[in-house]
Design a protein around this ligand. Structure first.
Ligand code: CP
Ligand code: NVA
Length: 314
């Protein structure tokens, strides 16, 4: 595998990456997947390296896929719960980053507030990788576009309809990466839940260069019309529990169900980053149905995580 020059870079937000760099990571992910299925699980390009993984919120997919990816690349990943670190007692994120940089070759971090990642990245001397923040989830979006490329054979010109919470962190990363990859994105969300304005501006300006269309509408049926992929995420993200009642009220008509899916292209796939709140943003019939791509997406987290680690840390 030829490694594009991403060595030493942080991955805090995809706004810092070009379309070419994003494509490079996705293609490396597909390459790791092909090698995995031809029996090459262990590819020790990170032999002898260590990775610190700080988690301020729970995780199943991100934690396990990063740990297994590191292991299969020959590196050691250390899971560090926020409250088990001195961070939980008030040590600053900057001091933590400086100290960890003396021990490890990279830091993966899932945080509540995005600015903590920015502070960590500026203090640390090793690459910092965003494992989800309140603003974005770049590793998820990379796995999602890898999945679309794998299933549809192309990305440019596809239409992805996101139905639900327009202020969702996963959607923000899908918008930025999609615009740069030439994927048209239609967001159907209530007026009260629109994407972050800086993210939207960045996506709109990137879309001008690639010709991707970014549209924000209110009607879910309008958004899914002729779409190639229908994407949704939970209505109540981690840390938003006190907003549950209000968000459920606003999002009630944004459920992805069989009727909504019938307005997309007949071969449209259903996508969700997981965990799903079944019966809320999606019905069992759709998520367990023949057009659901959610298990491929979840699996692809592993392959794309390998690509990210190999490209940034090797
Ligand atoms: N999709 C995702 O990031 O899942 P986890 O919260 O389980 O890591
Ligand atoms: N929007 C969700 C994504 C979980 C992977 C959350 O932040 O909880």
């Amino acid at each position: 595998m030829t490694l594009y020059d991403l060595k030493g870079r942080d991955l805090v937000c995809l706004t810092e990456y070009t379309g070419e760099e994003i494509r490079r990571i996705i293609e490396a992910g597909l390459d790791f997947k092909r090698r995995y299925y031809s029996g090459e699980r262990s590819i020790p390009v990170l032999s002898g390296k260590s990775i610190a993984m700080i988690f301020e919120k729970p995780s199943t997919r991100t934690r396990v896929s990063f740990e297994v990816a590191a292991w299969e690349l020959g590196a050691k990943a250390l899971y560090l719960g926020w409250r088990d670190l001195q961070l939980g007692r008030g040590e600053t994120i900057e001091d933590t980053g400086r100290v960890l940089s003396r021990y490890v070759d990279g830091i993966v971090a899932r945080v509540k507030e995005h600015e903590k990642l920015e502070r960590l990245a500026s203090a640390a001397d090793v690459p910092v990788i965003n494992a989800l923040s309140d603003l974005s989830h770049p590793c998820q979006a990379l796995a999602d576009y890898m999945t679309l490329l794998e299933l549809k054979g192309r990305l440019e010109g596809l239409t992805l309809a996101f139905v639900g919470d327009g202020s969702d962190n996963v959607l923000h990363s899908l918008l930025v990466a999609g615009a740069k990859l030439g994927v048209n994105i239609r967001v159907a969300s209530p007026r009260e839940l629109r994407p972050d304005s800086r993210i939207l501006e960045h996506a709109l300006s990137a879309a001008k260069k690639t010709g991707a269309r970014i549209e924000i509408v209110e009607d879910p049926f309008e958004a899914v019309k002729d779409a190639d992929a229908i994407y949704t995420d939970v209505w109540v993200s981690m840390g938003q529990e006190e907003m549950r009642e209000e968000k459920v009220r606003l999002l009630r008509k944004y459920q992805v169900n069989t009727e909504l899916m019938s307005h997309a292209k007949p071969d449209a796939v259903f996508m969700h980053c997981l965990p799903a709140h079944r019966g809320e943003e999606v019905t069992d019939e759709v998520i367990d149905g023949p057009r659901s791509a959610v298990w491929v997406e979840a699996e692809n987290r592993l392959h794309v995580q390998k690509a990210i680690l190999a490209l940034l840390l090797s």
